[in-house]
Every structure is written in C-alpha cells, then in structure tokens.
Design a protein around this ligand. Structure first.
Ligand code: AMP
Length: 563
C-alpha cells in the first residue's frame, strides 16, 4: 500500500517510503547510493543511461548528456535533441523517475503511487510538467509537494536522530528552511505547531544553485589555465573541455568544504596546469551568489514578520550546497539576531525525499480511513475526515491499522498532521486600465496568500453593446507583481461570448478566483446583467499538446535503459 516519495532534484534525485515503524527510509538501488544524479545520457538512438554512468560519460559524449533539466520544467518550447530526436523536459525527467523506480524495485518495492516534490517557488506550469513526467513514467502522481514542506515534515515528524518529535502535539517551533540545492534556492518560514505545518512565507529563485558556483569556479580555472598556457585553446570553447572543467570545479568545491585549499589539474589541448584554489578565493568569487540567497532569506523573514512572526526558533539548512561553510557563517553573521542557536544542517541530501514519503503515507492512510467511513455511511461523499464523529474516526483508524498491519498510533498521527500552505506566485486578469487606456494585469491572488484562496473583483465592459469579453488569466513571473503585460505569463484565455446588445459601457463583469490546497486555479467570470457565465481552470492549459504527448509516449516506449 506504500506511496513512495520522490525528490526529483535538479542535480540529484532520491526515492523513499515509510517503513513498518513509520520512519521514512530512502531506497538505494544497485549502486548502493541513496541518491541518483539527475543526468540522462542518450547513448544511442534506442538506449539511455541515467545517473552516475551518464554523469561520467558527460566528458566523452557531452552532446548527448542532459543535466539540470529541472530548470526547464514548465518551458513548453524547450527540447533536448539527441540522435535526431527531440525530448521535452517532462520526457527527460520521466527517465530519471523510471531509474528511481528501478532502484526501488531492486529494494523489493513496486512503486505505483507517488508524491513528487517541487521547489516552493515552482508555478502552475512547472507543477503540471512534473505531473506529466510522472505520467510518462507510468506513475500515479497523488500530489506534488513543496520541497521545504517536505524538509519540515521530515524534521518535525520523521523522528530522525537529533530532530524533535512534534507528532506528540505538545511542542511548537517556527523554522526557516534555507534550501540551496544544485540548481534552485528556496527560503521558507514554516510553523510547526499542534501537529500542523503552516507555511508563512516563501521566497526563492529557481535559477540559483550549486551549479552556478561550479560555473564561476570553472570560469576562474579557465582564466588561470589560459594565462599559464597562452597558446592552448580555452577549455570553455570546447564542449567536452567545458564539461570536464565544470566537473573539476564541482569536485574542488566539495573538497573546499572540508579543506582550506585544493589543487586542480586542468589538462586540455596538449597543455596542463596545476591550479591551487583556496576556500577564501572561491568564497570571494562566488560572493554575489551567496549574497542573493541572503537577500531572499531576509525578504522571507520580513514577510514572516509582517505576518506576526518577527523571530524564528531556528534555521534548517537543507540541499547539498548548504554544506559550504560560508552558508552557515554568513547566516549567523547577518541574521543571527533573528533566530536562536546555530543554523543546523538537517539531513541535507535526503530530508526532502523522506518528507515526501511521510506525506505520501499520510495521503494514503487518509484515503483508506475516508473510504472506510464512507462505506459504512459515517462520512458524506466529498466531506473532509474532520467531519466524522471522533469515535467513528477512531474506529476507522483501528480497522485500517488492523487490515494493513500498521500500528494504530501511526495511522492516527499521519491523519492528524495538517499541512497549510501559501500561494507561490501572484495570479491576475488582463484588463484595460480606465485611466491610462493600457492593457495591464490586475492581481487578484498575491504571493504568500494563504491557501485556500477565494477572491472576487469586478471589471467593466469597455464599450456599449459589447458582444464578447476576453478573459486572460496571467501568472506572476519575477519577484514582484508587474503592471506590464510583457512581464507576465499567460496561463489561460477564455471568452464570454454571445452577449446580446443593450448593455452600457462599464457593465459589470465579475471575476472570481479560487485555489485549493493543490495550487490549481479555478476562475469564474460572469457578465452580471446578461447572466452569462464562463468557467476556466488552469488545468485546461496543457504544457504540451495532446499530439506531442502521444508522440513522446511512443518515443519513450522505444527507448531502452542500458544497464
Ligand atoms: P541537491 O540538489 O540538494 O542534491 O544538491 C546538490 C548540490 O550540492 C550540487 O551542486 C553539489 O555540488 C552540492 N554539494 C554536495 N555536497 C557538497 C559539499 N560537500 N560541498 C559543497 N557543495 C556540495
């Protein structure tokens, strides 16, 4: 019955499930490694390799190696072309998911239903692209869960060594999750209280992560190499040379987490240099990157303060890149007055997969308890579990626990944990500004609004006898809500048509936005006097066309995994 939790990371991915004791366990595959590099090699027209093997071959066959695909999720135009075939980001990601499934199978599991994590900052299209990747991999994606929530779940409810056990319900904590992975950065303030996890504020940048550190270091290495060898070609001008240099840069970065200095050998175009890098030097080179994470973290804390939480109890560092000593040092120096103690490195590589497994178990147990209550007529269809009488709920938990051989406490605990979250981006409508006459976005839902959201705004028609009204729903792109059409992303377009003549200019058009915990937006527009409604749902705007999905499915079906 297990639902598996998957951390589909920018650089590394992992799969986990809860064990018989309710603790989340990460499943390692044949390699014995708990994480798999999120790298795909299209070895030949019919064969692919995922993980460490693909990463190793990046140097020999760079044209056919796809890395950092998560940064492309939600970009409907992007394709990776290898051996004359084009692959979308969900298709490439599905190969990583299949590799994780194979790892779980090696451990004796057969994943079918999964929860996949995404950065808190992912918008609607990126989330849907993630679901599509799961579908391509023949998985039933029960939910996509924000990574910081997953990390907080694992911290508060995973009962791991050194962590609290908030499932007892008598403690509360507010934490800032600073998550710096390979390609994304998220800062999130989370409150864990009374078995409830609430996200108070989210900030982030999904184009910022360890890979940017590697790039800066690689650039520095290439400059030093070229200075030492003026006649040799710049390794960055050659794709194999560039890949090798970036890998060397990453290795050096890892070494500098433990050591003050390291030597890097760069061999290219018949020349060779040994370059000494110091930690201080690398910290200086990459200071603007760290600065950006601190600025976003401050903005996140400021937002939490506006919501009545001026201080946090602690800072949890997750994501592989938060191992760099500069991270904890800079946080302590700049933000030390906003929290108690030291920033804690919390299971940086696996917390997210573990949290996803806990959440998956919760969803599954909730589903079973709900089905049990409904089959006995103790809960109406569609009603939440909280509507059931406490005695009925307890009896249902007991029956589910008995049927599946799970301790009753585990069932109760799983269904009692509540996850509250906020909107990661603003959503609005394009409308003509009455003063300037310009078409511009009007924002109805704002970033950090608490879910579920229901909000309404009235607009006016722009001319008498207007027979049709375009309704264009847009999503915020950058950090702020822009008033320029060019800065926003169009999510869905619809039209109220067939409006009979006889209505004045300025006739009321009422637009309602609703968003549930799943983050999917539903829009209702209504010409009030004419009584004509229009229902739109963001789920209708597919990231890829039906035909493209069918083509990719067929292409994926013909691709074998090379062992
Ligand atoms: P994640 O996406 O959380 O798996 O993080 C992967 C990123 O963490 C990559 O950019 C790695 O280079 C980086 N990373 C992993 N271990 C270390 C380390 N010891 N020191 C610095 N960065 C690291």
């Amino acid at each position: 019955m297990a639902v598996h939790g998957i951390d589909l990371g920018t650089t590394n991915s992992a799969i986990a499930r809860t064990g018989a004791d309710g603790r989340p366990q990460v499943l390692a595959g044949l390699s014995g490694e708990p994480t798999t590099p999120s790298v795909v090699l299209f070895a030949s027209p019919g064969e692919h390799v995922v993980g460490e093997g693909a990463r190793r071959e990046a140097r020999l066959d760079p044209e056919h190696v796809c890395a950092l695909v998560k940064r492309r999720m939600g970009d409907a135009e992007w394709r990776f072309v290898a051996h004359g075939k084009a692959w979308s980001a969900p298709a490439v990601s599905s190969l990583i998911l299949k590799s994780l499934v194979a790892d779980a199978e090696f451990a004796g599991d057969h994943p079918k239903s999964v929860v996949i994590t995404v950065p808190a900052y992912f918008g609607d299209e990126e989330r849907r692209a993630t679901v599509l990747a799961g579908t391509y991999a023949d998985l039933d994606v029960l939910d996509v869960l924000s990574e910081p929530i997953a990390a907080a779940l694992s911290y508060g409810f995973g009962r791991l060594d050194g962590g609290p056990d908030l499932s007892k319900g008598d403690t509360s904590e507010t934490v800032l999750v600073y998550d710096l992975g390979g390609g994304t950065f998220d800062a999130t303030v989370i409150e864990l209280a009374d078995r409830r996890i609430s996200v108070l504020a989210v900030e982030g940048d999904h184009q910022l992560g360890g890979a940017d550190w590697d790039e800066r270091i690689a650039l520095h290495l290439s400059r030093r190499f070229c200075a030492d060898n003026p006649d040799a070609e710049d390794p960055l001008d050659d794709s194999a040379g560039a890949q090798a240099l970036v890998l060397a840069a990453e290795r050096a970065k890892h070494q500098l987490t433990d050591a003050e200095s390291t030597d890097v050998v760069v061999a290219h175009d018949g020349a060779r240099s040994t370059i000494t890098l110091t930690r201080a030097e690398v910290e200086e080179l990459t200071a603007p990157l760290l600065r950006r994470t601190l600025d976003l973290t401050k903005a996140c804390l400021a937002e939490a303060a506006r919501r009545g939480v001026p201080r946090v109890d602690g800072i949890l560092l997750v994501g592989g890149s938060s191992r760099m000593p500069a991270v904890a040092a800079a946080i302590t120096k700049e933000l030390g007055d906003r929290f108690s103690g030291e920033p804690r490195l919390h299971d940086p590589d696996l917390a997210v997969a573990r949290g996803a497994a806990l959440y998956g178990e919760k969803k599954e147990l909730e589903r079973m308890v709900g089905a049990d209550l409904r089959s006995r007529g103790r809960l109406r269809d569609g009603a939440p579990l909280g509507d059931a009488a406490p005695a009925d709920l307890d009896a249902a938990c007991r029956r589910v626990a008995d049927a599946y051989g799970v301790p009753i406490g585990q069932v109760r605990r799983a269904i009692e944990i509540q996850v509250d979250t906020v909107v990661s981006r603003g959503f609005g409508v394009l409308a003509v500004n009455g003063f300037t006459g310009r078409l511009e976005p009007t924002w109805l839902v704002h970033r950090n609004d608490r879910l579920p959201v229901r909000t309404r705004r009235s607009f006016g028609t722009v001319r008498p006898d207007q027979d049709a009204i375009n309704v264009t729903i847009v999503e915020q792109q950058g950090q702020v809500e822009s008033d320029r059409v060019g800065d926003v992303k169009v999510l869905i377009e619809g039209e109220i048509s067939g409006i009979p003549p006889g209505f004045d200019e300025g006739s009321e058009v009422r637009v309602t936005f609703e968003m549930g915990f799943d983050g999917v937006l539903h829009v209702h527009a209504f010409h009030v006097d004419a009584g004509i409604p229009l229902e739109l749902s963001a789920t209708t705007g597919a990231t890829l066309s039906q035909a493209e999905v069918a083509r990719e499915r067929d292409q994926l079906g013909k691709l074998r995994r090379r062992e």
